[in-house]
Design a binder for this molecule. Structure first.
Ligand code: SF4
Ligand code: SF4
Length: 92
């Protein structure tokens, strides 16, 4: 059975301090610390590429403003034919 992701997340490496709080708090475990060091000498968080539900927990637990952007899948409005299907909108 094919499942459709309801969210995706973007980590801004230049804002991430590598604390790992988002990694530990993500329910579907789709975040991890990158093996490479950032310019700050830390292992920044990165998205595994699939599994994000768009719940926003990582956003709320991150102590660094702007380090995480969560996108939620836009549910097409059946009354508005012009809305693109399957697109994402910034949620948090
Ligand atoms: S929005 Fe939720 S599911 Fe997606 S990466 Fe953040 S904690 Fe994980
Ligand atoms: S909680 Fe924020 S600062 Fe900590 S690893 Fe995740 S994105 Fe980086």
């Amino acid at each position: 059975m094919t499942t459709v992701a309801h969210g995706k997340v973007v980590i801004r490496v230049e804002e991430c301090k590598g604390c790992g709080l988002c990694v530990d708090s993500c329910p579907p475990r789709c975040l991890r610390l990158a093996p490479e060091l950032s310019a700050y000498g830390v292992h920044p968080a990165e998205y595994a590429g699939e599994g994000c539900t768009g719940c926003g927990i990582c956003f709320y637990c991150c102590p660094e403003p702007g380090a995480i952007i969560v996108y939620k899948r836009r549910i097409p409005d059946r009354t508005t034919a012009s809305q693109p299907k399957g697109s994402y909108a910034a949620a948090l």
